[in-house]
Ligand binder design. Structure first.
Ligand code: NAG
Ligand code: NAG
Ligand code: NAG
Ligand code: NAG
Ligand code: NAG
Ligand code: NAG
Length: 927
């Protein structure tokens, strides 16, 4: 303590005698911040923060007013000294995906703060109640972290707030509302954006939450656990444009005055337990997007109020208990793009009339009771009728209306530079449907391009799709025109694409850009010593080297480094190889700490054991749950593999790769501490041991996740990494069944001089091993592709690659039948669990073909990991596009444009009028 004071004092002294203008309190706060961070910008630590323009800092009157350090790859924790930057107006730490730990309560001291953004960081623990002291706050965006606990009621004091985004965390408890003088969210009368979606909020929505002085335009409560009735008071929020209450457990009937919301554009109540009559939406004259699917509304004739909703682009009422005939006039609404009324009981004749909206792209009436259809030559887009009696007719039954077809081609993203700044723009309530997104994103692009036009930058939009939450994701890629990499400085000045800068909400609903972690050029950053953080203040001080005090300090520091260096004894035991590991991030734990985390290696904490040693579940002092792998002495994992794994894992960070939290190397014990992945290995999940049903879509997602993790290793890690041991038991599934690739013990760095292959003794796991690598000993990234191909075959068959001497790859290659458009000749080999409740699997053949390409003998003929990612994305997008929910029965279907080159084209034209009627008396009897 004394030492620190003296140190600070000396720093202040030198600044005061020098050129300093930043006030001393702010200087020391900044130093304290950077002490807990890796990768602060280079300018930090040089001279005076304000005078010498430290990157990301803006000052006024010798106080720091802005701290903007988004996507700087900062790692570590936020120091409580943040609370000393008393004049701070803006704090933006977003997209530092490895900046985490708890958010310090002292943040509540920042009384001038108007903007607080920490989007997509790794913050954990509760949102401190002290955030409620930030009375100047306009924008609070803490979305996409791992905050837990309840929403603090104190946020109700933030009377100036306009944008409140706590989405995509793990917040639980009820929506806090004011009572007996204590604050609540209902008091945020100036707030326009309540984004509380994707949490674990529960309990009813309090009636007082909605009231007439509310100025809210976007209320997102979707994907929570809310129950009870939708309060009557909802009708009072007159300015509301977006209301998403979908994917909760709301019950009871919808209040009839919901149609007082006459400004509303997007209304989504899908996937709840709502009962009673379907709400009468007459009067919602601005409604574009309506989804009422999967509730338990009373049976109803096609509602007349539909005809009032003339601005509709999208109507989705799946499983809505609707019957009767659909009014023809509805299909002529000028903006109509997509109609999904599948799984209802509409009957009689489907006749969309001849005056059909030019915008209409898809009509899904699967699983209704239509006995005949009237086709119009004015409409040549998708109609889906599978599961209607009319499809039992021999002729129609064979067409695309009732059947199967190839997925439409998809636009893929062409990478135009080697180190783009990229990621998705996520829009959570677009006013249009998921068809023909490309045309819809043009205006988005125009806005972005104009925002970036003054800089030497090229931007591209690509790969747009609606994700599983019905959020629109648009990939944005930004290339530097003059250099290979962006510098940190350029990122901060050029690429500030925060929501408020983009201003997209009119058409797209609330959006935010969520860029991937940018890998800055690491040249000249080598040789950091691990486990010891030499804060820049201390470093500066030592370099300044004033007086004997400094010299003494330096000696002390050196000693401290040695004491703290976990690898001080590396090599001394004789069985380690090479020099001590170079680690930048992973934490070093002592054996005592490890013992504490695991409850003294208690039996109850043991979650796995094998030849390598044991795995324990543990809880760190900050509450994080971890898996602790303790290698047995003399086990397979030798010193080299241990070191490899730590080095690899601390260099790579990707949501589809298991994160290394820390390690322990003491008394010959080799211990690795990983993030805890709750649902275990893919092998176990496929075997059914876990009681988890992995349906088709989930399996595709697992393949996609794994491929993404590996593509990151192959293409983005510097130098690239080949995993070398891809197998289903090294793929772990988390709570949300997101797959993460684990176990880097055998991984290999592809060093520049070796170009793209490495000669090495063959290692890997039998059954997954690339035969070419086995023969030639030349390891390339394509060896991982082979192994992943085997895993993909496992996903299809749920059998291990080698069973009773039979090799899955050979068996499948022998079975394939190219003429079988549905199952590719593999029907008998498909995991029976996949066929539960479903006749067929969308995209099956395409996926099986892809898997077989991966296991080609010659690595040249295999796709790259990125190709795999793209192809699976297309298959999934197609499933999404055709709105096959995981629960409803899956089918093949396709693009009806081609359908019209089939016999029914003739039919439509031969009648000589705009529409050809097909009915029972006709010679084209279809029922
Ligand atoms: C610093 O803040 C001032 C006042 O808010 C602003 O005008 C200026 O653009 C900011 N400078 C930078 C580099 O952000
Ligand atoms: C919320 O989660 C925390 C753990 O994060 C738990 O202790 C608490 O009981 C939960 N509260 C509710 C109301 O579920
Ligand atoms: C709201 O809706 C109810 C029921 O439909 C109606 O009686 C009432 O007049 C409406 N209130 C306003 C302010 O429009
Ligand atoms: C729906 O509401 C409108 C206006 O309030 C009313 O005229 C109409 O009859 C209602 N329709 C039904 C089916 O209740
Ligand atoms: C449609 O179904 C209803 C009962 O749900 C029935 O009354 C009606 O006659 C059916 N219409 C046709 C054309 O079959
Ligand atoms: C960062 O960029 C700003 C504006 O482009 C410039 O004034 C400043 O000197 C740059 N700082 C560094 C360290 O490059």
């Amino acid at each position: 303590m004394k030492r620190h004071l003296l140190l600070l004092f000396m720093c202040f002294a030198c600044f005061q005698h020098g050129f300093s203008s930043t006030n001393t309190r702010d200087v020391s706060a900044l130093k304290s911040l950077s002490k807990q961070w890796k990768n602060t910008p280079k300018s930090w630590g040089r001279g005076d923060p304000c005078d010498d323009r430290w990157e990301g800092i803006n000052c006024s009157d010798s106080s720091v007013t802005e701290l903007k350090l988004f996507n700087m790859d900062i790692r570590g924790q936020l120091s409580t000294d943040i609370g000393d930057l008393a004049e701070l107006v803006l704090l933006d730490l977003s997209y530092n995906h490895n900046l985490g730990g708890p958010l310090p309560a002292s943040i509540g001291n920042l009384k001038q703060l108007r903007t607080l953004r920490c989007i997509s960081c790794n913050f954990i623990g509760p949102i401190p109640v002290e955030v409620g002291n930030l009375l100047s706050l306009r924008i609070l965006a803490l979305n996409s972290n791992k905050f837990t606990g309840g929403i603090p009621a104190s946020l109700g004091r933030l009377i100036n707030i306009q944008w409140l985004d706590l989405a995509d965390n793990q917040l639980n408890g009820t929506l806090p509302t004011s009572a007996n003088g204590s604050p609540g969210l209902d008091q945020l009368v100036n707030n326009e954006h309540f984004h509380l979606n994707q949490n674990n909020l529960s309990g009813p929505i309090p009636s007082i939450f909605f009231h007439s002085s509310m100025n809210a335009i976007h209320i997102l409560l979707d994907h929570n656990n809310l129950s009870g009735e939708i309060p009557q008071s909802i009708g009072l929020v007159k300015k509301l444009k977006v209301l998403r209450l979908d994917n909760n457990s709301l019950n009871g009937s919808v209040p009839s005055n919901i149609n007082n919301l006459t400004a509303i554009n997007v209304l989504n109540l899908a996937n709840n337990k709502l009962t009673g009559p379907m709400p009468n939406l007459t009067g919602m004259n601005n409604l574009n997007y309506l989804d009422l699917s999967n509730n338990s509304f009373d049976p109803l004739d096609a509602p007349a109020w539909l005809l009032d909703l003339k601005q509709l682009t999208t109507l989705i009422i799946e499983s809505g208990n609707l019957h009767g005939e659909v009014p023809q006039a509805f299909f002529s609404f000028p903006r109509l793009e997509e109609v999904r009324l599948n799984n209802n009981a509409f009957n009689g004749t489907l006749n969309m009339g001849s005056n059909i909206s030019q915008e209409l792209q898809m009509v899904n009436f699967q699983n209704n009771d239509f006995t005949s259809v009237t086709l119009s030559s004015n409409y040549n887009k998708i109609i889906m009728l599978e599961g209607n009696p009319v499809c039992t007719n021999d002729q129609l039954g064979k067409t695309d209306y009732c059947g199967q077809q190839k997925a439409p081609a998809s636009d893929s993203f062409s990478s135009t530079c080697s180190h783009p700044y990229e990621g998705p723009i996520i829009c959570r309530a677009p006013s249009f449907s998921n068809i023909d997104i490309k045309a819809k994103t043009d205006s988005m692009w125009t806005k972005i391009k104009s925002k970036l036009s003054e800089f030497p930058i090229t931007s591209n939009l690509g790969n747009s799709f609606f994700d599983g939450n019905n959020y629109l994701q648009v990939q944005l890629q930004i290339c530097h025109n003059k250099s290979k990499y962006f510098t940190r400085n350029e990122t901060l000045v050029w690429l500030d694409l925060s929501t408020q800068n983009l201003n997209l909400s009119e058409q797209y609903g609330p959006c935010f850009f969520n860029p991937n972690q940018y890998s800055y050029d690491h040249k000249g950053h080598r040789g950091l010593i691990i486990g010891v953080v030499v804060g820049s203040a201390a470093a500066m001080f030592i370099i300044a080297g004033l007086g004997t005090y400094a010299v003494r300090q330096r000696k002390r520091a050196k000693k401290a480094i040695n004491l703290n260096n976990p690898f001080a004894s590396w090599g001394s035991a004789g069985d380690q190889d090479g020099s001590a590991p170079q680690i930048k991030l992973a934490k070093y734990f002592s054996l005592d700490e490890i013992r504490k985390f695991t409850n003294g290696f208690s039996k109850d904490n043991e979650i796995g054991a094998g030849g390598y040693g044991k795995v324990y579940k543990g809880i760190l002092s900050d509450g994080q749950i971890v898996a602790i792998k303790i290698s047995q002495k003399g086990s397979m994992q030798g010193g080299l593999e241990f070191k490899t794994e730590i080095e690899m894992l601390s260099r790579v960070h990707h949501k589809n790769l298991v994160e290394l939290v820390g390690f322990c190397f003491e008394k010959g014990e080799r211990t690795l501490v990983y993030e805890y992945i709750s649902n275990g290995t893919l092998t176990d999940n496929l075997s059914g041991k876990k009681g988890m049903h992995l349906n088709w879509k989930r399996r595709l997602n697992i393949a996609l996740d794994s491929a993404r993790g590996l593509a990151y290793l192959h293409e983005l890690a510097k130098p690239p990494i080949i995993h070398r041991d891809v197998k289903s038991s090294n793929i772990l599934l988390d709570d949300d069944l997101i797959a993460k690739v684990a176990d880097f013990g055998l991984s290999i760095l592809v060093v520049e001089t070796e170009r793209d292959h490495v000669s090495t003794g063959v290692k890997g796991t039998l059954g997954y091993l690339d035969p070419e690598y086995f023969m030639t000993q030349q390891l390339t990234a394509k060896s991982d592709v082979y192994s992943l191909g085997v895993v993909m075959l496992e996903l299809i068959t749920a059998t291990l690659p080698i069973v009773n001497g039979k090799y899955i790859v050979r068996e499948i290659k022998m079975a394939i039948d190219d003429y079988d458009a549905e199952f590719y000749g593999l029907k008998d080999m498909i995991d029976p669990a996949l066929m539960l409740n479903t006749g067929c699997l969308v995209g099956f053949k395409r996926f099986a073909e892809l898997a077989l390409q991966c296991v080609q003998e010659s690595s040249e003929n295999r796709p790259t990991m990125n190709d795999i990612v793209r192809e699976i994305e297309i298959i999934l997008k197609d499933i999404e596009l055709k709105s096959i929910s995981t629960s409803s029965s899956a089918t093949y279907f396709g693009n009806a444009r081609v359908a019209f080159q089939e016999p029914y084209d003739e039919l439509a034209l031969s009648s000589g009028v705009n529409s050809a009627t097909v009915n029972r008396s006709d010679e084209y009897l279809l029922s």
